[in-house]
Structure formats: C-alpha cells, structure tokens
Design a protein around this ligand. Structure first.
Ligand code: NAD
Ligand code: MG
Length: 397
C-alpha cells in the first residue's frame, strides 16, 4: 500500500491523480492533500478520500476548510502555515509525493520530499527549472526517486534503457544519441503572425488537445512550456541542450521519443490524457489501469511533424539561450515568465509582450552564477521578478 501526498490536489493534475488513485483503493491510500484557493473543492476531496491531513495555503483558507470539514463530520486534520506543505511531504507516514503545485510555490515542499528520500512524481516543472542541480543533488543525497509526470518526460523515461531509468548518468552507455520532445504547437500554430498581439487569455487557454491549468495553457500557447520542458529534460536526463530536439506534432499522439546511436527511434504513443503518465509513475515498474481509452490509430489517421517556427515562438529561443548560458539563467527565465503570464491574465501586457519581458530580464541579468542552495535560488528568483515587474512598466499593454 503506497501512502500518497498530493500537492496541488485541486488542480488539473491533482484531479487526474485522484481519478487514477480512486480506481485502485487496494494500492493507494491518500495521506495528505493541499490546495490554494478552491477551498470548497479541497473540502469535497477530503470527504471523499479521507486524508489524515489537509493544507489550504490561500489567505483565510485553513479556517474556512476547518469549518467546512467540521460541518461535514470529516476527521481530516487541517494544518496551518508556511511549513505545513513541507511537513506533509516529509512526514514518516507518506512515501510518495505528487508535486502538482503550479510555479515557484511548489519548490520548498518538493525539496522537503527530496531531502527525506521520498518517491517524487514530478509535475511541477517550474520548481525543477529554477532549482536545477540543487534539487537533483538533494535527491541523490537522500536517495529520492523522481518519476516524471510531464507527458514528454514520462514518454522519454519509458523509452530509455533500464539502466538509464535508474540513473540518468547511464544514458551514454545505453547508446542514447538524442531526445526528441514533441510539441502540439498550441492554439496559435497557424494564426496570422501579425494577429498574435491581439490574443486574449481565454483564447490562449483553449488548447486544441490537452485540458490543463491556465498558467501552463498560456505557456503552451507561447511555447515557453516547451522551453521549460527542454530545460527540464536537460536536468532530469543529464543531456546537453544540443542533444534535445523539439518537433511540432499537432496530433499529440506521440508524447516524445528517444533516438539511439544505431538509428533506432523509440516513441511512446497514447491518447493525450495525463492519467497515462500519472498511472505509469504511480505504479512503476508495474502497470495499472488509468481509465484512459484505447488509442484508435485508424481514427487518428495520420501523424504530422514540422519544425517550430522561430518567429512565432521566440520563447523557445529564449529558453534555449538560458539553458546554454547555464548557471542561474533558467531560474531567471522562469521567474520572468511567471510574472509576465500573471500580467497577461490581468490585461497588463499583451500576449506577444510575454516574450519581450523575459528577453529583457535575461538581458539585464546576464550569466548569473548557479545558485548553490535554496536561499540563493529564492534570492535570484526574487531579483528576476523585480526586474520583470520593472520591465512591465516599459512594455506597452
Ligand atoms: P492548476 O492551475 O490546475 O493547479 C495548480 C495547483 O496548485 C492547484 O491545486 C492550486 O491550488 C495550487 N497552487 C496554485 N498556487 C499555489 C500557491 N501559491 N501555493 C500553493 N499551492 C498553489 O495547474 P495544473 O495544470 O494542474 O499544473 C500543475 C503543475 O503541473 C504545473 O507545474 C504544470 O506545469 C505541470 N503540468 C501540468 C500538466 C497538465 O496537463 N495540466 C501537464 C504537465 C505538467
Ligand atoms: Mg508537457
């Protein structure tokens, strides 16, 4: 029986995780759940999954959750305060942590899980991009196992030789030449270029293949999501930037590929439904049912591929540059992007302004050294956010 903590239980990945878990009550017990603003939903999940602990991080959330749970007669204990997220991850009675908080807020609890050697199902790519090697070393020191949830990285993982699944440092010995990450191209792959500045948040969130949270949906539309995933792949699989290629594949049926020295290319296919990578990571190295329907290839009909258009997707170039620059540049890229996307939702910057903000901040903080510990990561993150806020003042809304 695995005892599971779900960070970000009220989000899109959280919901898909609990959907899979509910299909296997004999294998998984929910130990703790966290949510931020949707306290009513969190309360409903507590009643359904009876975790021992729940954490509501939004303002006034804990008090409201306590009240709702008392009314419902739930025995779940509500924990308070900043440290509560780390506490439910590091607790002796949980062995697996689903890291599905969006953005930098997920870093501290995910690191707490790493330091206690937990099995980490990693959806929160921003935490990995900002903390990179600090996170990887914490995992290595404590023996934490990281299983990627991002569909591309999960696909790559599935296509790797077993020795490289156990330790990314064995990729070369396993004959791996390159990783090929697929990208749908998002909702604006074919939109007129001179119309891109007028894109609205709702249009940006209407992804053609995947249903996801709003921040990652905008990242998919700018393709910053693929940029973050490029960095994520480089860190997780210990592969340099020039051995990771991005291929646009509008059907989102091939979730990514691994190319070997002998010319073989292994791919993982499936319907675009996050319950597949989630079930894979939950059960690894076994397989369990996920609720995802069979892939009907005749109905899919064809699989198309193209190279990403650099004029349409400048964020992809910025992410590559940040990865090549190394050190703290990926952390700066991520922080600037989080601020720019937030501003886009609030109507303070245009869609095309997101890349402009990120580019400016990268230019203003060139080649920051690699943060050596979490305090340095958070410090650099804060600096980059301040620069991004200042840049927003200078970029027309
Ligand atoms: P979402 O917006 O649907 O959910 C985010 C979750 O994080 C919610 O539970 C929310 O309560 C919590 N949260 C938000 N701000 C918080 C804060 N400041 N402190 C604590 N908790 C906070 O997002 P999502 O689509 O589920 O994505 C979650 C993560 O998974 C992201 O990092 C995303 O990039 C990654 N991911 C998502 C998908 C997908 O298909 N949705 C695919 C791959 C990777
Ligand atoms: Mg992905």
């Amino acid at each position: 029986m695995q005892s599971l903590t779900v960070l970000g239980a009220t989000g899109s990945i959280g919901a898909s995780t609990l959907d899979v878990v509910a299909r296997h009550p004999d294998r998984y017990r929910v130990f703790a759940l966290s949510g931020h603003r949707r306290v009513d939903e969190l309360a409903r999940l507590c009643v359904r999954f009876t975790p021992r602990y729940a954490v509501a991080t939004g303002e006034g959330g804990a008090a409201r959750l306590r009240e709702l749970l008392r009314e419902a007669g739930s025995r779940t204990e509500v924990l308070d305060g900043e440290s509560a997220l780390a506490e439910i991850c590091a607790h002796d009675e949980t062995d697996t942590v689903m890291a599905a908080i969006v953005g930098a807020a997920g870093l501290a609890p995910t690191l707490a899980a790493a330091r206690r050697g937990k099995r980490i199902l990693l959806a929160n790519k921003e935490a990995l991009v900002m903390a990179g090697h600090v996170f990887v070393s914490a995992c290595r020191e404590a023996g934490a196992v990281v299983l990627p949830i991002d569909s591309e990285h999960n696909a790559v993982f599935q296509c790797l030789p077993p020795a490289a699944q156990a330790d990314a440092r064995a990729l070369d010995a396993g004959g791996v030449r390159r990783l090929l990450l697929t990208a749908s191209g998002g909702p604006f792959r074919e939109r007129a270029l001179d119309d891109m500045h007028a894109v609205t948040p709702d249009e940006a969130c209407a992804h053609p293949n995947w249903s996801m949270g709003r921040k990652i949906s905008v990242d998919s539309a700018t393709m910053m999501n693929k940029g973050l995933e490029l960095i994520e792949a480089s860190i997780l699989f210990d592969v340099p930037e020039d051995r990771i290629e991005i291929v646009v594949h509008p059907q989102s049926v091939i979730h990514s590929m691994v190319e070997y020295l002998d010319g073989s290319v292994l791919a993982q296919l499936g319907n675009p439904d996050m319950r597949t990578p989630i079930a894979h990571a939950l059960a690894y190295p076994q397989r369990i049912a996920s609720g995802v329907g069979v892939l009907d290839l005749p109905r899919v009909g064809r699989l198309d591929f193209e190279s990403p258009d650099p004029r349409r997707f400048p964020c992809l170039r910025l992410a590559r540059e940040a990865l090549r620059a190394g050190g703290g540049a990926p952390c700066v890229l991520n922080a600037a992007n989080e601020i720019a996307v937030e501003a886009f939702f609030e109507g303070r910057v245009r869609f095309t302004g997101i890349a402009q903000v990120v580019e400016r901040v990268l230019g203003e903080l060139p080649a920051p050294g690699a943060p050596g510990d979490v305090a340095q990561v958070l410090d650099l993150d804060a600096q980059a956010r301040a620069h991004a806020r200042a840049a927003l003042e200078r970029i027309p809304a």
